[in-house]
Design a protein around this ligand. Structure first.
Ligand SMILES: Cc1cc2nc3c(=O)[nH]c(=O)nc-3n(C[C@H](O)[C@H](O)[C@H](O)COP(=O)(O)O)c2cc1C
Length: 307
């Protein structure tokens, strides 16, 4: 019998939906025992989000400072597993706060040690820097990352930002103004994701993990867009300055940091609508003649290796 644990957090249900579809082939196999563990923060984030709460999670999320979790069902966490499937989302170019808090908990230390892990990401489109943080955290936990699958919105960067904010602030996965596309990961991508489960099941039964990521990639598990990586790297540098500055003004929910979170919000508006389009234009001009320079880093971000 192969023992598999699925650890997940999801606000809208999208992240759970994705992992449910991926593991379909595992559920049909009598030799696989699947157990779900839902991460539950003590402080429940609102859905739909309010603007204040949304920006208030930024400093702790970006700096990956853990929050308190409800440590229910401890017996699940004290068992040993042949594989842990970690289904997580991105917040502010980082691992979402509930998920990183779980990975930094004392339960995670025992649970992940010497255990194979597959990460499944669902997000708008910017996940590369967060996965680097995730790889590092898994190394700290002495876990072995053997696979990664990424699901993103398929729309243009600015369109997906509008549709995501409509979804998160209205609480409805509907078309904004009846003009914009539906937000989130396309249903088709989610419905077809059992193809990844077949490769996972094969590796699990054979106990051979070395070529799993190659197989997943051949099925389209990860797409890396050099332009987005370029934007993310600069965003990460600037976010680190903002997060360190704001956190000095007060802790989560404190009034003393509210004005600075507002300034950060206006900064984001200017960066996204003023600076990003210019960067995109310049990047596209240099990208084609220098394509070969990006190829190596694209391959690295598709891999499960940490440099
Ligand atoms: C506070 C917050 C920040 C987010 N930041 C990012 C981001 O930096 N990059 C990204 O691609 N998606 C980002 N998203 C979208 C999420 O990764 C995710 O797709 C969405 O919240 C749905 O996930 P769910 O399964 O938890 O409902 C953000 C969402 C939230 C709530």
């Amino acid at each position: 019998m192969k023992n598999v644990l699925i650890v997940y957090y999801s606000q809208t249900g999208q992240q759970k939906d994705i992992v449910d579809n991926i593991v379909k082939p595992l559920t049909k196999d009598a030799e696989v025992k699947l157990t779900y563990y839902q991460i539950k923060p003590v402080h429940k984030f609102p859905f739909p989000w309010t603007k204040n709460e949304f920006f208030d999670v930024f400093p702790e999320t970006f700096l990956q400072i853990p929050m308190e979790l409800d440590t229910h069902e401890n017996d699940i966490l004290s068992d040993r597993y042949d594989l842990i499937i970690l289904s997580y989302q991105i917040w502010f170019l980082s691992v979402s706060l509930p998920v990183i808090s779980f990975l930094k908990s004392h339960q995670a230390k025992k649970l992940f040690e010497n255990t194979k892990v597959i990460t499944i990401i669902g997000c708008r489109n910017m996940w590369v820097m967060a996965q680097e943080k995730m790889k590092l955290q898994l190394v700290n936990l002495k876990a072995k990352l053997v696979g990664n699958i990424v699901f993103t919105d398929r729309q243009n960067n600015h369109v997906s930002l509008i549709t995501l904010l409509h979804w998160l602030f209205k609480g409805e996965k509907t078309s904004y103004l009846g003009i914009f596309p539906k937000p989130g990961v396309p249903d088709k991508d989610i419905n077809e994701s059992d193809k990844f489960g077949e490769s996972i099941l094969d590796s699990l039964k054979k106990g051979k993990w070395n070529h799993l990521q190659e197989q997943l990639l051949s099925k389209g598990a990860v797409h890396v867009k050099p332009l987005l990586v370029f934007i993310e790297k600069r965003g990460t540098f600037l976010f680190s300055k903002w997060a360190r500055f704001i956190i000095k003004k007060g802790g989560p929910g404190q009034k003393s940091r509210e004005p600075w979170l507002k300034v950060f919000y206006y900064y984001l508006l200017i960066a996204l609508w003023g600076i990003a389009p210019v960067v995109t234009l310049l990047f596209n001009l240099i990208y084609l003649p220098t394509y070969f320079l990006f190829k190596k880093s694209v391959n690295y971000y598709k891999s499960v290796i940490l440099k």
